[in-house]
Ligand binder design. Structure first.
Ligand code: CMP
Length: 227
């Protein structure tokens, strides 16, 4: 793989050609079909993964068999760093939700790259910090909010992370399936569908396929609901 290929990943954007060449020499490409499991929670872990194309869900299965989605990750995101850093088993199961192409790096190569590039190490630590903040916010919302508040916070996070402000003032976001949203906020698919229909009836949002258009008034209402 060429060095220019690696520069497109935000994680590697600041590296010079020599550093990128060192990464290119040890990285491999792997493809998965939709619904393939990349790895299971509790397995031992040997590879660090970067998403070139597609999406994965990071999940945990409760003892009753219920799926909890911790995070959806897409192009440019990475996963699989935790087991390599703390020498513990994988902390979660990772499943392809779309056809997936990964760039993978073996444990020892990954640890060596971190040891040689503090800028890159800081980016990995910054992402771990973001994920910890997000997990803390999830714990807070699960412990203190009703399901409407949790859905409101979900939409606010989505708007902040990937919302596009349109000329008409609406904010466009791409939403996961109702089932995936339910598994992220700890409720049923039926409840998510009912709440979204209520919000549409109140004219706060428009849902067209996978795109949701949030009105400014919805954002204001969600902020009140989710704080
Ligand atoms: P690892 O434990 O090696 O394997 C599972 C991966 O899922 C983990 O590394 C992280 O990359 C990722 N992961 C685990 N928990 C979360 C979370 N709460 N948010 C985002 N990603 C996570």
């Amino acid at each position: 793989m060429q060095t220019s290929f690696f520069r497109k990943f935000p994680l590697f954007a600041d590296l010079d050609d020599r550093e990128l060449a060192a990464i290119a020499a040890v990285a491999k490409s792997r493809r998965y079909a939709k619904d393939d499991v990349v790895f299971y929670a509790d397995e031992s872990g040997d590879i660090f993964c970067l998403i070139r194309e597609g999406q994965v869900k990071v999940t945990m299965i409760s003892p009753e068999g219920k799926e909890i989605i911790l995070k959806l990750l897409g192009p440019g995101d990475f996963f699989g760093e935790m087991a390599l850093l703390d020498d513990e088993p994988r902390s979660a199961t990772v499943v392809a939700t779309e056809p997936l192409e990964l760039v993978t790096i073996w444990r020892n190569d990954f640890l060596q790259i971190l040891a040689e590039n503090f800028t890159l190490t800081k980016k990995v630590l910054a992402e771990l910090s973001r994920r910890l903040r997000s997990a803390s916010s999830r714990i807070e919302s699960l412990a203190t909010m009703d399901v409407y508040g949790r859905l409101a916070r979900f939409f606010l996070d989505l708007a902040r992370d990937q919302g596009k402000v349109l000329d008409n003032g609406y904010i466009a976001v791409t939403r996961p399936t109702h089932q995936a949203m339910a598994n992220m906020i700890g409720t049923s698919r039926e409840t998510v569908s009912r709440l979204i229909h209520d919000l549409m009836r109140q004219n706060l949002l428009i849902s067209e396929g996978k795109t949701v258009y949030l009105k400014k008034t919805a954002i204001e209402q969600f902020k009140e609901e989710a704080t």
